[in-house]
Unconditional design. Structure first.
Ligand code: ADP
Ligand code: MG
Length: 391
């Protein structure tokens, strides 16, 4: 689709479905299978026929990955084109949505550690979307003859509080001991977006530096979990990578392209899917995940073309507003289990994901043309300021 066409008509959010294999426990207990994937037809069938209860439903998605699909398959078929768009200057977001235990973290993070055979060690086969995207970004940038910069942020959203997963150790320790110090405020940036004040933005120059950061961030998520006795199933994590690329045009001018990739591992959807009847009681108990609930309401309002879209009702939707009905290209990976004991949640995930297919975004490239002389002046100014600082 041409860029102009996309801008005028909008592009639908892409929705993929991944069904994990049976776990060892499910295999041991001979759990009946109720989900069947047909990758070729992009269909998922859910059927159950016991005790006079018949369920037979078929859903179609943009892509379907069955239990035998490997991390590499999903990445190559679904994510490579998205990362290429980020390198072209688009903002793209990938959400993992589904019940706890269905493979959201496996899909997004998987195993991040590289083999120890030197700095360019291979990624393990179980590496998920985040490490593979980082690798693809650096491989592409290093093969191009262009100047670039790469920045990453990694945050966790739990109970409407934002924690920085990349904050230096001493700050995190203080934060864990004194809850009031750990929250980072979300502010309007004056340009229609939001920013998280005080969020550590790490400039990185190689993929191995990012892998170290991811390990640090993931470890922090796990430590915080035990210390605060909270469940990872209730928190969202957002890993963002921003790339600036400077290219020279044939006219001798310089073009700055800026692309951003957001990778979101959402809280378990079981926290909201049955909330209708229990909402009042659950809210009192602080059980309801406000961000996940608002995400659902935003999706409904967008799909039904309601005048008011409740972005402002939660931090998650404020942070990712642009990925829902905005200028970002968005992909949702919905994850389900094949087993009968998850049937109700599986149907709820499939309905939710299917509905999200109707959201339209209007992606735009972020690029700025700069005259070489202006850039030279700016570099001159930077050198002058550095000299002043270090004098
Ligand atoms: P979630 O983040 O949705 O709660 P996890 O990613 O932690 O779920 O997955 C739960 C368990 O299932 C983990 O042990 C994970 O390794 C395994 N798992 C999930 N998806 C797959 C898959 N596609 N292939 C193999 N194992 C998987
Ligand atoms: Mg998880």
């Amino acid at each position: 689709m041409s860029g102009r066409h996309e801008k005028e008509k909008g592009v639908n959010v892409q929705v993929l479905l991944r069904c994990r294999p049976f776990s060892e426990e499910e295999l041991r207990s001979n759990a009946p299978q109720v989900v069947t994937c047909n990758e070729y037809n992009r269909e998922v069938a859910v059927s159950q026929n016991i005790a006079g209860k018949h369920i037979d439903r078929v859903f179609t998605f943009d892509k379907v990955f069955g239990p035998s699909a490997q991390q590499k398959d999903l990445y190559e078929q679904a994510v490579i084109p998205i990362v290429n768009e980020v390198l072209e200057g688009f903002n793209c977001t990938i959400f993992a949505y589904g019940q706890t235990g269905t493979g959201k973290t496996h899909t997004m993070e998987g195993e991040c550690r590289r083999s120890k055979s030197g700095p360019n060690g291979e990624l393990p086969p179980e590496a998920g979307v985040i490490p593979r995207a980082v690798q693809q970004i650096f491989d592409t940038l290093e093969s191009q003859n262009a100047e670039y910069s790469v920045k990453v942020t990694f945050l966790e959203l739990y109970n409407e509080e934002i924690t920085d997963l990349l904050a230096p150790e001493e700050i995190s320790r203080v934060a864990l001991e004194d809850k009031t110090k750990k929250q980072l405020p979300l502010m309007e940036d004056g340009k229609g977006g939001v920013l998280v004040r005080g969020l550590e933005e790490e400039i990185v120059t190689s993929s191995s530096e990012i892998f170290t950061l991811i390990e640090r961030g993931s470890a922090k998520r796990r430590t915080a979990e035990t210390l605060l006795n909270k469940q990872s199933s209730r928190s969202h994590s957002l890993f963002s990578i921003t790339i600036h690329i400077k290219e020279a045009t044939p006219e001798g001018e310089e073009l700055i392209k800026c692309g951003k990739l957001n990778l979101v591992d959402l809280a378990g959807s079981e926290n909201i899917s049955r909330s209708g009847a229990r909402e009042g009681r659950a809210r009192e108990a602080g059980e309801i995940n406000k961000s996940l609930l608002t995400l659902g309401r935003v999706i409904n309002a967008l799909v039904e073309h309601l005048g008011h879209i409740p972005y402002r009702d939660s931090k998650l939707t404020r942070l990712l507003r642009d990925s829902l009905g905005g200028r970002t290209k968005t992909c949702i990976i919905a994850t389900v289990s094949p087993a009968v004991h998850c049937l109700e949640e599986t149907l709820s995930t499939l309905d939710y994901a299917h509905r999200a297919k109707n959201i339209k975004n209007k992606p735009e490239v972020n690029q700025k043309m700069m005259k070489s002389t202006l850039i030279k002046d700016l570099y001159g100014e930077i050198d002058r300021l550095k000299a002043e600082v270090y004098a």
